[in-house]
Design a protein around this ligand. Structure first.
Ligand code: UN1
Length: 504
């Protein structure tokens, strides 16, 4: 094995993080891999928030008039810088969030993809033209930049989620103020440096286009409360969303919320089980069960339940758990002790609610000391009890049986969350019913692929407790702009709409 101590330092210095960034501050950043100290960071003083927001506001005044394709050029350069830093930033994601190498790199690839998307988008911020009822009039819709966007992101996708928001916001003409998770400030600092390299090559961007806040919840609170930040895009727990949304609503700001998920797969009797097993294992245990889109509920037809569960147990028994930077490892650590404890508590609750638990123990052999390594768990449940309806951010897969497809759909929808969902079936009626208005109630609904690992081209987000926001592809950009309806009269008359007469 490589000397991992050396690689952590090399990774940080390759990304331009110096001793000045990494020492002497009160925010201790430790790696979930082995608990090692990665840095002691200075925090952004809460007293600076007014100045930070004011800087963003003045950056907005300049940036909103820069032609959108020119704004796209900045994102093109950001994409180039990300390509150049892909290996290092991917490795830092592993160090700070505990992801396996391939997933760390995949996350950076997702950033590169959204930059490419946003560059194209910068020439496609289209509005409609609308037929006017009045002669000699033309109506149209124009999309304008909206103002500073506050981005609050979680530890589990510490850099990709920022980029989905930032790449879109910046081509839309909005500066960004980023409050990363306290668990992942190093990757955020690295992104700030990468962005600054793109800025230096770009040349004439206003100062303050991207500002990163390092520290605790008070900084996020100031951002959320500020009337000068019209858009707050927040990714994290439903609890966090419940705190953020009313404050933003109070001041008539707009929220883009991407909160909890409790994603299910329905497996019908006709399913290709071989494929289903691969999809289940990746989506239930990948990222150690710490994706919003992680598969948490398996709703399987009773005729194949035993067979499928037996295959899964076999696959689970051989899963390589350990240092996520070691080749061949598929399951790294949970982010911290509290996550491990939450997993154990959920498994105890599942037992009390009648569940039969397979796996779920802490692993201490063959893994680095100082990290929280857990065996993924499969829990056969008698029904969709409380614990199954609760999102536990850990690799727990609850299994429920069904007889009629309608029943499976009801189970799928009968949870508070509504992010992602899927069906494995070769029966076209089942597949289409799943996607129909009477099918899955989630923001993402897939056929014969798992619920996680979405591409950036689609709009990402979900309904109910997931918060209703959409980020990333499709027309998600519209949430970062303000819509203006324009009516132009090129006639010499002044007719009123609806035939109203008002002669003076
Ligand atoms: C998240 O877990 O917050 O679909 C994001 C996926 C990734 C993004 C997940 N593209 O799993």
């Amino acid at each position: 094995m490589k000397d991992i101590a050396m690689t952590a330092e090399t990774t940080l210095s390759n990304l331009g993080l110096t001793d000045a960034d990494l020492t002497g501050g009160p925010l201790k950043v430790t790696s979930p891999i082995d608990g090692r100290l990665l840095g002691e960071l200075q925090e952004t003083p809460a007293a600076d928030m007014d100045a930070i927001i004011a800087r963003s506001k003045s950056a907005f005044k300049a940036w909103r008039t820069v032609p959108a394709p020119r704004r796209g050029e900045l994102i093109r350069l950001l994409g180039e810088e990300l390509r150049a830093s892909k290996d290092d930033l991917g490795a830092l994601v592993s160090w700070e969030a505990g992801k396996i190498t391939s997933e760390g790199l995949g996350e950076v690839q997702e950033m590169i993809d959204i930059c490419d998307f946003a560059v194209g988008l910068s020439r496609q911020l289209y509005g409609l033209t609308i037929a006017s009822e009045r002669p000699g009039h033309r109506m149209m819709e124009t999309w304008h930049p909206a103002g500073p966007v506050g981005v609050i992101s979680a530890f589990n996708f510490p850099v990709a989620v920022w980029s989905w928001n930032a790449a879109l916001a910046l081509v839309c003409g909005d500066p960004v103020i980023w409050k990363p998770s306290e668990k992942s400030p190093l990757t955020a600092l690295a992104c700030q440096k990468i962005f600054e390299r793109a800025l230096a090559r770009f040349g004439d961007a206003p100062e303050g286009l991207l500002q990163t806040l390092i520290g605790g919840a008070d900084l996020g609170k100031a951002l959320v409360a500020s009337e000068d930040v019209p858009i707050i895009s927040a990714t994290g727990s439903t609890r966090m969303g419940r705190a953020v949304a009313p404050i933003v609503a109070e001041r008539f700001g707009k929220c883009i919320l991407e909160l909890g998920g409790n994603n299910a797969m329905i497996v019908g009797p006709s399913a290709d089980l071989e494929m289903a097993v691969r999809a289940i294992v990746f989506s239930a245990v990948g990222t150690a069960g710490q994706r919003c889109t992680t598969l948490r509920r398996l709703i399987v037809h009773n005729s194949i339940r035993e067979d499928l569960v037996a295959r899964l147990k076999k696959a689970y028994a051989g899963l390589p758990i350990g240092n996520p930077l070691t080749e061949g490892i598929l399951i790294g650590p949970l982010v911290d002790e509290a996550s491990g404890a939450a997993m154990s508590t959920a498994l105890e609750a599942a037992k009390a609610e009648g569940g039969a638990v397979f796996g779920g123990d802490r692993v201490t052999d063959g893994v680095p000391a100082g990290g929280v390594y857990m065996q993924p768990a499969i829990v056969e449940m008698p029904g969709q009890s409380n614990v199954v309806k609760t999102e536990t951010f850990a690799p727990i897969l609850y299994v429920l049986g069904y007889d009629e497809f309608e029943e499976a759909l009801e189970l799928q929808n009968d949870v508070p969350q509504g992010l992602s969902s899927c069906v494995f079936t070769l029966n076209m009626r089942e597949a289409e019913q799943f996607l129909s208005p009477a099918g899955s109630d989630c923001g993402i609904a897939n056929v014969n692929i798992g619920p996680s690992g979405a591409e950036i081209g689609g709009a990402f987000g979900g309904e109910k407790e997931t918060g209703g926001g959409r980020e990333s592809g499709s027309d998600a950009w519209k949430a970062y702009m303000r819509r203006q309806t324009n009516t132009v009269n090129y006639s010499a008359e002044l007719p009123l709409a609806q035939g109203v007469k008002f002669d003076i």
